[in-house]
Design a protein around this ligand. Structure first.
Ligand code: HAM
Length: 422
């Protein structure tokens, strides 16, 4: 009896060769862009101690309270995001001893047990950057403009960059008191999610997508009015410089983001083309996180982008991905003797970086020719009895069917350029 197929887990993706090729292109481009901006790559483990995320991201955030893949008695957790792991690695490896600002980037898979839907997966890939060691508004501007540059580089046109400032937990204290009071007055109109957030994470209510709540929030106290002068001055400086360098943005006073570590500047890049999961990039400052995770007080800022959402936008915008180079040569064989000659030839050609292949499944000559056609090989050579006896074969240029005679002794050093031009 045929065995039942075991399918991949819900919310995960098999990335097949065509998509892998596109992703590899994105990754190579990103490495180049980050190198130009002087960011260096960091890789961290796929899992971390659960405590890192609880302390770093916050117990009451959605990610920590509902979405973590934890195992071994909850001791470890597959990383749901990269900022906390990068900061852990920064502290643990004394990267503060490096000269200048520490600028790091990463490309890695993340894991969140969310309800899967278009653009939302349980295993997804993020790339991102973290700049550790400066409280200057200049680095905020660099992060935001780098984010938009990356999207533009990948041919994405219709996006909106939303920016806000959310101050520090101390600055938010009075605001949260007033916000709770205000929301309690409207408790009957709140969704169940917001009612639950009211006690533990009221700030997130500002992020609601519920139309009725959005209306109510229009008359709620505004966090910005509670922030201290320095925080507002920093924010103004960020906005002014962004304007001067022509980075388009919108201020969104309700943009609070989903993690507790954020302080001051937060930003998100959204696109209508993405549907309900409309954020492609999210980031912000987290000036208290390094101290919170056991390091010296150090200001920092970063962002991350979901590669699945980026890829979707690139395809929608008809991005011209490079195409994979076809085979230069496919050798069609007849029997074991010719197959061995083919393998010997291929080994030599490959040593000279010629992309070539043959049949390993004892297919008929006709089937092999069909395959060579299908995979778009530039040239083919048929090796049969006749060729072995005469010591000569024909190299066929597939695009126009022209054939040229070559000696078998020449096989290992075929000059393909010659046969391209003849
Ligand atoms: P985040 O907003 O949770 O931020 O994620 C950043 C991006 O990752 C999102 O805008 C989205 O493109 C992608 N993403 C998130 N969740 C999923 C999912 N379930 N499926 C597919 N894509 C997803 C962070 O992770 C922060 N660590 C960003 C940051 C870096 N802040 C400071 N530094």
């Amino acid at each position: 009896m045929k065995k039942e197929l075991i399918r991949k887990p819900t919310g995960t993706l098999d990335i097949l060769p065509e998509d892998s090729f596109k992703r590899r292109h994105i990754e190579l481009e990103l490495c180049q862009i980050f190198s130009i901006y002087n960011y260096k790559e960091i890789r961290t483990p796929a899992f971390e101690k659960t405590e890192l995320f609880k302390r770093g991201i916050g117990d009451y955030t959605d990610v920590v309270s509902k979405e973590m893949y934890s195992f071994h008695n909850n001791e470890f957790t597959l990383k749901p995001e990269m900022t906390a792991p990068v900061i852990r690695a920064y502290i643990e490896n004394n990267l503060d001893n490096l000269p200048g600002l520490v600028k790091l980037f990463y490309i890695s898979n993340m894991y969140r047990h969310e309800r899967p839907q278009a653009g939302r997966y349980r295993e997804f890939c993020q790339f991102g950057a973290e700049a550790i060691g400066s409280d200057s508004y200049l680095i905020d501007v660099e992060m935001i403009s780098l984010s938009t540059k990356i999207l533009e580089n990948f041919g994405i046109k219709n996006f909106i960059t939303k920016i806000n400032t959310i101050g520090t937990p101390i600055e938010r204290k009075d605001f949260l008191k007033d916000l709770k009071k205000f929301l309690e007055e409207h408790i009957d109109s709140l969704t169940e999610t917001s009612k639950n957030r009211l006690e533990k994470n009221p700030l997130r209510i500002l992020d609601t997508k519920d139309k009725k709540e959005i209306e109510i929030l229009k008359s709620a106290p505004r966090l910005y009015d509670y922030l201290k002068y320095e925080t507002k001055k920093h924010f103004e400086a960020v906005l002014n410089l962004l304007q001067r360098i022509n980075v388009k943005f919108e201020i969104d006073y309700n943009l609070v983001r989903g993690f507790d570590y954020y302080t001051s500047t937060t930003f998100e890049i959204i696109s209508d083309e993405l549907g309900s999961q409309n954020a492609v990039i999210g980031g912000g400052r987290y000036d208290n996180l390094i101290e919170e995770l056991g390091g010296k007080p150090t200001p920092a800022i970063g962002f991350a982008c979901g590669i699945e959402r980026l890829l979707y936008l690139m395809e929608r915008n008809n991005y011209k991905f490079p195409s994979e180079e076809p085979l230069t040569l496919y050798i069609v064989t007849f029997d074991d003797e010719t197959r061995e000659l083919a393998i010997k030839t291929l080994i030599k050609l490959r040593e000279n970086n010629i992309k070539c292949d043959t049949d390993y499944q004892n297919k008929s000559v006709k089937a092999q020719m069909k395959e060579a056609n299908k995979i778009n090989s530039e040239f083919t050579i048929v090796l049969g009895d006749k060729e072995l006896q005469s010591g000569k074969a024909f190299i066929k240029r597939m695009k126009d069917g022209k054939e040229f005679e070559i000696n078998l002794s020449e096989l290992e050093k075929i000059n393909f350029s010659k046969y391209r031009e003849l």
